[in-house]
Design a protein around this ligand. Sequence first.
Ligand SMILES: CC(C)(COP(=O)(O)OP(=O)(O)OC[C@H]1O[C@@H](n2cnc3c(N)ncnc32)[C@H](O)[C@@H]1OP(=O)(O)O)[C@@H](O)C(=O)NCCC(=O)NCCS
Length: 179
Amino acid sequence: MTELGPVAWPPDPIRTGRLVLRGSEARDRAAFIDLLASPEVHTYLGGPRPRDGLERETPAAPERWPGSFVVDLDGAMIGQILLRRATEHRRPAAVGKVDLGYLFLPQAWGFGYAAEACAAALDWFADALPGEPVVLATQTANTRSMRLAAKLGFTEVERFEAWDAEQWLGMWSPLTPRD
Ligand SMILES: CC(C)(COP(=O)(O)OP(=O)(O)OC[C@H]1O[C@@H](n2cnc3c(N)ncnc32)[C@H](O)[C@@H]1OP(=O)(O)O)[C@@H](O)C(=O)NCCC(=O)NCCS
């Protein structure tokens, strides 16, 4: 994964109906550790990381890079959205394209927050890098993620086997170029 592209970062906070998307800050550190240590969050992502290692190694202000949005509900982080350019990818259709990832704390699942936040991140992306598509890879067994991808407008490119599981590669394109 490399640089997203020529984007201004961090962006001005993006407000949706219920949420704010912003760059990460020192006050998000505990939530990042909860996110990365959660077995539930990592069921389909290769398993969680040990909490004691995370407590030692997580920097004061984690994940401060262009394309890493903190999703904030009422002043507290509930999830992370990642937009990264996939310079290397096991599927040729995804190489060089920007890849969407999303991780939300389990207590924030089931309220439509991920859909609301990802739609805003894709809107931001369509303005920042007009005309570029976005790819997304997820396990087909990850039904919440599969539903979210469909809701966001990703369509199937292909299914493939990796890490002993069936994976789904989807693609999203901005409907109309913006000016
Ligand atoms: C994938 C993930 C982000 C999906 O979260 P989610 O909360 O299910 O997704 P959404 O924001 O689309 O919310 C959908 C649910 O909110 C419900 N909902 C409640 N209020 C709502 C509202 N006001 N608006 C929209 N939906 C609402 C929907 O009915 C739906 O519920 P259901 O799942 O019981 O049908 C979450 O499960 C997660 O973080 N998983 C771990 C990380 C992961 O696997 N990431 C994928 C690989 S990158």
